[in-house]
Design a protein around this ligand. Structure first.
Ligand code: URP
Ligand code: ZN
Ligand code: ZN
Length: 459
């Protein structure tokens, strides 16, 4: 049956108007005023915003990392995504140094096919880089719809890529027209700082941030951008936490480097005092790059408003407080890095960005949906409300007021990093390719149903 969303305020990256949206099958059929369709199921969106389905360009679901595995599976993480208005995620495939890229792709895709409730695509981390891996990387781009790689400049001895490999990978990316996404922190500096702090008996989670201060991140960005300048690669800096790092990227952009910069929700609303909470509670907030001084929030929001930063993801990386985070009770270096947040992102951006007038509603759509679709080759199928686009639509209630709480989380993590924080706005109804999959901020689908979104090189 067709679905007709009536009288909503339809907000896209480049328009904002009262309109009706007619959905036929899995696609949007028509957008306009006074659309009639006698056999349609009607959703009255009077007083509501109607957004394109949100896209999270940076999530971890299946994540073997730091001696454990992230706690969500594809079902729980994508139910959480949909409950929060996110209809497409791009997950990082993170194989270990001995794993073949093709086997990793098949493993991750198989898990997603079995469980994902929202649509999904992948960034492929390149860790192993011998001749076989290089060939497989090329095959995955040519035949499997992989259009972005991931590199870690951090995590020495585990996931980090040596410069020799990085340079060659960037040459291959340029040749193939795919983009390199990068975690930018100088791995050697972090390693040295960690050793010094632990030797001095500074072992608690509050020492995580001092072990990788802002200059370490800015240095990573500068390094990646130098390689991008030399190789012509397009680069996308993930989870950028501070002004110093954004400035390095902007200097490179001014030199002609094709660099895109991502923010993630924790850096926009949480700060380093969270990691200083007593009784090891701070471990819940250990992520990398770390949470910074609260003064950074304004810089990041301004960078989003001005277009220096183009996207907002979550870096959803859920580890239980009990049984996982507490692996680092004796040394912060052993705390699995990451904070859950796939469900909370959209409402956090609405609460802390739009309601405080730091960004506008159309900025919210650009940064949380459309720009990711464009940068990563999914536009206009995703990130748009227009005839022919997938009918991924969020009917959003801007008047809802409540607070974030673990009891409403679909994620399997045993805590909510935003617990008790005020929440203004909530998705009323979320549609994925024409099907209602969430109501009133809760998952309401039948399980499964997510599709893989293969992508083409973008440049
Ligand atoms: O702390 C984080 N960000 N954990 C997930 C892995 C990564 O670096 O993105
Ligand atoms: Zn990272
Ligand atoms: Zn990440």
């Amino acid at each position: 049956m067709p679905v007709l969303i009536k009288n909503g305020r339809v907000i896209t990256a480049d328009s904002d108007r009262i309109a009706d949206v007619l959905i036929e099958g899995e696609q949007i059929a028509q957008v306009g005023t006074s659309i009639d369709c006698s056999d349609a199921e009607v959703i009255d969106a009077t007083g509501k915003y109607v957004f394109p389905g949100f896209i999270d360009p940076h999530v971890h679901i299946h994540l073997p990392f730091m001696g454990t595995n992230a706690i969500d599976d594809h079902a729980s993480a994508t139910k959480a995504a949909l409950a929060g208005g996110t209809t497409t995620v791009i997950e990082m495939i993170c194989p270990g140094p001995d794993d073949e890229p093709k086997a990793a792709f098949e493993e991750w895709k198989g898990l997603a096919e079995a469980g994902a409730c929202c649509d999904y695509s992948f960034h492929l981390s390149v860790v192993r880089f011998d001749e076989l891996a290089k060939q497989q990387v090329r095959d995955l781009v040519a035949n499997e719809g992989v259009a972005s790689f991931k590199v870690f400049l951090a995590y020495k001895g585990a996931l980090d890529i040596p410069d020799e490999h990085l340079f060659e990978l960037m040459e291959i990316a340029t040749e193939l027209g795919v983009i390199i996404t990068a975690h930018c922190e100088n791995a050697e500096a972090v390693d040295a700082m960690q050793k010094r702090l632990i030797a001095d008996g500074r072992t608690g989670p509050e020492w995580h941030e001092p072990s990788r201060p802002r200059c370490v991140e800015a240095d990573g960005v500068s390094h990646l951008c130098a390689f991008a300048e030399l190789t012509g690669a397009h680069v996308y800096i993930v989870h950028t936490s501070c002004r110093a790092a954004v400035e390095q990227a902007m200097e490179a952009r001014d030199r002609g480097v094709n660099v895109f910069v991502e923010a993630v929700a924790p850096h926009l609303v949480l700060d380093k005092t969270c990691a200083e909470r007593p009784d090891f509670e701070g471990a819940k907030y250990v992520m990398s790059p770390p949470l910074r001084d609260a003064a950074e929030h304004d810089h990041l929001w301004k960078a989003l408003a001005s277009g220096q930063m183009l996207t907002i993801g979550t870096d959803h990386a859920p580890f239980n407080f009990r049984g996982q985070k507490d692996m680092g009770l004796d040394a912060f270096t052993l705390i699995p890095n990451g904070i859950p947040g796939i469900q909370e992102r959209v409402d956090l951006v609405h609460t802390h960005g739009v309601c405080t007038r730091r960004i506008g509603l159309q900025d919210m759509v650009s940064t949380c949906s459309t720009n990711a679709a464009k940068i990563f080759g999914m536009y206009p199928r995703k990130g748009e409300i227009a005839p022919g686009s997938d009918a991924d639509v969020v009917v959003y209630d801007p008047t809802y007021e409540g607070e974030f709480t673990h009891s409403e989380s679909e994620s399997q993590a045993d805590y909510n990093g935003y617990e008790g924080m005020p929440r203004k706005g909530r998705p009323d109804i979320v549609l994925l390719r024409g099907q209602i999959v969430a109501r009133d901020g809760r998952y309401a689908g039948d399980g499964g149903g997510g599709h893989y979104i293969p992508r083409q090189p973008t440049h």
